[in-house]
Each structure stands twice: as C-alpha cells, then as structure tokens.
Design a protein around this ligand. Structure first.
Ligand code: MN
Length: 393
C-alpha cells in the first residue's frame, strides 16, 4: 500500500456523456502511487423495463490490489438491479415486473446487491485462497427521475450541491466511528492507530476477506462489513445543481465545501466537464495528495452555467500570473534563477493578485504557472524534473 513513485503519473483517464436530463464527466489519475487501484462506473439509462430514465454512477477505491474494485465497477450494478427487481413480487422467485421498483425495493435491493456481490467474489479462487487480498470502497448514486439514492460503503464520498450549498454528503466509514468500532470489537477485533487491527484504514468494504472470517458472525457483523448505507432523497429539480463522487485521494486535501465551490467556479468558466474534473484532480495533486484520484461530476439541469464575466476574470487572472512569472524570470535576484517553488512562494504572497478560484487557490493555477515557467526556463531539463520535487501548492 505504501509504495510511491519518484514522480507522479499525471496522465488522466477521461469520459463524458449526456442523457436523461443530465451531463457527466469524469477524471482519474494514478498520481504518486505505484499502482492505479481506483475504478468507476457511469451508466445513463438502466437496462430494465421502466428504468431507461434512471442512471447510475460510482467510484471504487481499491486497496491491496485492483481486482475487487475492477470487478465491482463492472458488476455491482447488475447485482443491485437483479436484487431490486427480484424483490418486487415479494419473492425472489417471481419474474421481474415491468414497472420500476418502489423506493423500498430499491433500498433493499442496493443492500442485498452489495451483500450478494461480496459473497459471489469470495468464490473466486484467488480471493478465496488469499493469493489476492484486495478490497474496495464503493460510493455511488442511483438516480430515478424523482429520487436520488446515495450509496456508500467505505471512505469514498458523494456530495450533492443544491441551492449553492453542500446540502448532503455521505458519511465515511472509519474504524474510529463509534458504531464501526463497536462492530469491530464485537467481532473480536480492535481499533489501533485508527485502523482495523492496526492495519486497515477503512471499516466497510467489498472484498478484504482476511477481515471477514470470524466464526459465528454474519456477513454484516465481521471486522469489515460490506453493508452499504443508503440515503434516499427526493429530487428538487429547481434547486439541485450537481453531484460529485470522489475517492479519498480527493477528499484528503479538499473539504466538501472547497471542492463544491471550486467545481461551481470552474463550471462558470467551462462547460467541458472532463476539463473541470481534470482541474480538480490536478489541483488535488498540487495540494499534496499522494493517492490515486478519481472524480465523477454529474451536472443536473440547474447546474451553474458559463458566464462571460467569469470567463473574462479567469483569463485576466491567468494573464496576470503569466506576466508576474515572466517578470520574475526576466530579472533573477541574488539567489540566481528562481526555481518553480520560489516562483510559487512569491505568487502566494502577491498582494496585487486578482481573486483565486475559491476552494482551489494557487494550487489550481499551478499548471498555468508551470507552463510559462517551463517556456522561459533556460535550464530546463528535458524530463522537467527538479520542479517536481515539491508539490504542496
Ligand atoms: Mn484512496
């Protein structure tokens, strides 16, 4: 788990689409970690009668390998669907009905789907015999035209931005939470250094079968539980703006409010959702995140729109910073040609600076700054290292 690269892998995986009255974009990046263990799902229109106007999005943060995260990204939805549809007649033997499931059926179906997929993966030989010890968090949202069903298992997080406020956020499942600690202790485990048995930092997850073999305890009473929390909400189309799902690589360095304010300010500058997500990921890297990063942004009909004023102000800010960097590099001080860290430090105390993007700060402009710096740096090495040494802006 703890292995890091000499410099981050910053290539991004992107996706976007629109339909069912919404638009989404996503971005994921390996960052400093040796492996990429995050995965995601984005489905517009569910493949079931009466559910083509439903959608599903999820982020999975794998640990100790990517197998469980990858498998869930491909199959969790089908487990949820068959459990939700199968319960409609009151018995799982009934054929699926033609109407969409009720709110209660969905809530039960989500829970059952999680328990079923967890039980199913346990039969895979490598997961069973311990050759693969991977596990994964899952945070998702299932949306009908009337409802949001936020689903969480672990310490990834989903938030809803409504009326220009963070109106809802899922709660992380950390071993220190009283309820989680109680379950862990009842299963004969302990919480040390905020970890399950001093080792695993998350108290609910799919996979992680090493932590799910306490005799005499059911699947939701183990040291690590695959049981999701489901939060159902009635949609408010006039007020709902966007939803963000992200792994802890994002939330480690940004609060709910910071991320939402940043996303809002970026949506006023660009309607390219992949670009907005890429800016989130880059900003988190520059704020010091050392983890894999994944973010899914779902824009609802009332999402912030591009405003000419915001576009103009952003262009002015970029221009201001470019000219400041040019100025600094054109007349080097006593210490000689400044490195990028010195340039960032100087900009961070610049009193003439126009307002920086809320929640993003100078870190969100590092790419702009770095581009000018590299263009003007006569000592630049081809692989541009040196400048990568410090990443906390
Ligand atoms: Mn993570």
């Amino acid at each position: 788990m703890g292995a890091f690269l000499d410099k981050p892998r910053t290539e991004k995986h992107n996706l976007h689409d629109e339909g069912n009255g919404l638009r989404y974009g996503l971005s994921s990046m390996q960052g400093w970690r040796v492996e990429m263990e995050d995965a995601h799902t984005a489905v517009l229109g569910l493949p079931a009668p009466g559910m083509t106007d439903w959608s599903f999005f999820a982020v999975y943060d794998g640990h100790a390998g990517s197998k469980v995260a990858n498998y869930c990204s491909k199959h969790l939805l089908e487990h949820i669907m068959s459990a939700s549809l199968g319960t409609q007649g009151g018995s799982t033997d009934d054929p699926p009905a033609l109407a969409p499931p009720t709110v209660e059926n969905i809530k039960t179906g989500i829970r059952t789907g999680f328990l079923k997929i967890d039980e199913h993966m346990r039969s895979f030989s490598d997961l069973r015999n311990g050759m693969d010890r991977s596990g994964s968090t899952a945070v998702g949202i299932l949306m009908s035209p009337e409802h949001f069903f936020f689903v969480n298992c672990g310490d990834s997080r989903g938030v809803l931005y409504r009326n220009s406020n963070v109106c809802f956020s899922t709660l992380d499942h950390k071993p220190c939470n009283p309820r989680e600690r109680e379950r862990i202790q009842n299963a004969g485990g302990s919480v040390m250094i905020q970890r399950v048995n001093g080792s695993l930092a998350v108290s609910r997850a799919l996979g992680d079968y090493d932590y799910k073999c306490v005799d005499g305890k059911g699947p939701t009473e183990q040291l690590v539980s695959p049981e999701p929390e489901v939060y159902e909400m009635v949609r408010a189309p006039e007020q709902d703006q966007f939803i963000v799902l992200a792994c802890d690589g994002i939330w480690d360095v940004m609060t709910n409010e910071e991320l939402c304010e940043f996303v809002k300010s970026r949506l006023e500058v660009s309607d390219d959702l992949e670009r907005v997500c890429n800016e989130v990921v880059d900003t988190c890297l520059h704020k010091g995140s050392r983890d894999n990063m994944s973010v899914v942004l779902v824009c609802l009909p009332n999402a912030p729109k591009v405003s000419e004023e915001a576009v103009r102000k952003d262009a002015e800010l970029n221009k201001y910073m470019e000219s400041r960097v040019e100025e600094m590099l054109s007349r080097p001080g006593e210490e000689g040609f400044p490195d990028l860290v010195a340039v960032m430090r100087s900009l961070s105390t610049d009193i003439g600076m126009p307002p920086l993007p809320p929640g993003g700060g100078l870190a969100s402009k590092r790419s702009v700054i770095e581009a000018v710096y590299n263009r003007l740096n006569p000592y630049r090495e081809e692989d541009g290292n040196g400048a990568e040494l410090e990443y906390h802006w």
